[in-house]
Design a protein around this ligand. Structure first.
Ligand SMILES: Nc1ncnc2c1ncn2[C@@H]1O[C@H](COP(=O)(O)OP(=O)(O)OP(=O)(O)O)[C@@H](O)[C@H]1O
Ligand SMILES: [Mg+2]
Length: 310
């Protein structure tokens, strides 16, 4: 089982226009609503690729109901702890004319200490224990930045392996809990190590410094340049082919989903890495809300290579 944790779930409302004009009335070509959040996206990918997954989150209000209906429709089993207030709605403005996606993220409801404690207690009681936990995204109001670190510390104390994908203070503190894996993109790792990183060698050195802190795998996702994998024993880059980009939403989450599923299926780190990059490449080729598509994977795997010399 690959369990996912989304602390600030959302409904993403994707409004599709052609040629957005500011300060004027625009007619939408289409409006699509779907459950969002990094953890949920990982669950979607694992589900699409035929693996077992379970999504844990906190939801509230009418948007919370829509979130739960969305997961039911996707056939993803979930636990949504009820909280007061309203699950947030994020806006994704897709402009077909210039192929851009503008996101407006909302802060999310205020979640009190008692609800957070109850949620964490529930996570610790999950049996059988999941093979891996993927945690990611922003925090709701009322959640301290150390919350990911606290959850990872508690889950890993019981023998679980955690993958963390977040940013800024939550990531900095999360690293202190020595998660099994982190997957920053180029900008997130720069903020994490507090340095401008220019070359692949710089990214490798930054990854290596994080491995020294006790993380087992650091994956730096590099957009169209693929991803750099740094482990205790080795560094390698996984290339990705040139493809037509339709939606970059959830590319990083798809990499995590594919990689986690590979490990679950007892594939080697390198084969799992190729599966992760294939899933993320498929996700950018497909228009939102679709992330990866299972049938894209075999042809993409033929075009995705491991480079030992970075
Ligand atoms: N233009 C592209 N062409 C091919 N593959 C891509 C492209 N952009 C992203 N990918 C794939 O998706 C992976 C993750 O992308 P990226 O580094 O942009 O993640 P991210 O910034 O974390 O994304 P997210 O918006 O999901 O947080 C890359 O490692 C790569 O495999
Ligand atoms: Mg990301």
């Amino acid at each position: 089982m690959i369990a996912t944790i989304t602390l600030n779930s959302s409904i993403d409302q994707n409004i599709i226009v052609s040629g957005l004009v500011k300060d004027d009335t625009n007619r939408a070509l289409d409006v699509i609503r779907y459950p969002g959040g990094k953890g949920v996206n990982v669950s979607k990918v694992v589900r699409e690729l035929g693996g077992p997954t379970f999504a844990y989150s906190l939801t509230g209000g009418l948007m919370g109901k829509i979130w739960k209906q969305g997961l039911e429709r996707l056939d993803i089993p979930f636990y949504a702890m009820p909280v007061e207030g309203e699950t947030r709605m994020n806006i994704v403005l897709t402009d077909r004319r210039d192929n851009t996606q503008t996101r407006i993220s909302s802060p999310g409801p205020h979640v009190g200490g008692a609800a957070i404690r109850k949620f964490v207690k529930h996570l610790l009681s999950v049996r059988p224990r999941p093979f891996l936990w993927a945690l990611g995204g922003s925090l709701s109001l009322g959640m301290r930045p150390s919350l990911y670190a606290e959850i990872i510390h508690k889950l890993q104390k019981e023998g679980a392996r955690c993958i963390l994908d977040t940013d800024n203070e939550a990531l900095r503190l999360g690293v202190e809990a020595k998660p099994f894996m982190i997957k920053p993109n180029e900008y997130e790792i720069e903020r994490l190590v507090g340095k401008r990183l220019r070359s692949l060698r710089d990214f490798e050195a930054a990854g290596r410094s994080l491995i020294k802190k006790g993380i087992s795998i650091v994956v730096v996702s590099l957009g169209s340049k693929g991803a750099l994998f740094v482990t205790h024993d080795e560094t390698f880059r996984v290339t990705t082919p040139r493809v037509k980009v339709r939606s970059k939403v959830g590319a990083g989450d798809s990499l995590i989903g594919g990689f986690a599923l590979g490990l679950y299926q007892k594939k080697s780190i390198k084969d799992s890495a190729r599966l992760g990059v294939a899933a993320s490449t498929s996700a950018v080729m497909r228009e939102a809300p679709r992330l990866c598509l299972k049938k894209d994977i075999p042809p993409l795997l033929k075009l995705i290579h491991i480079r030992k010399h970075i």
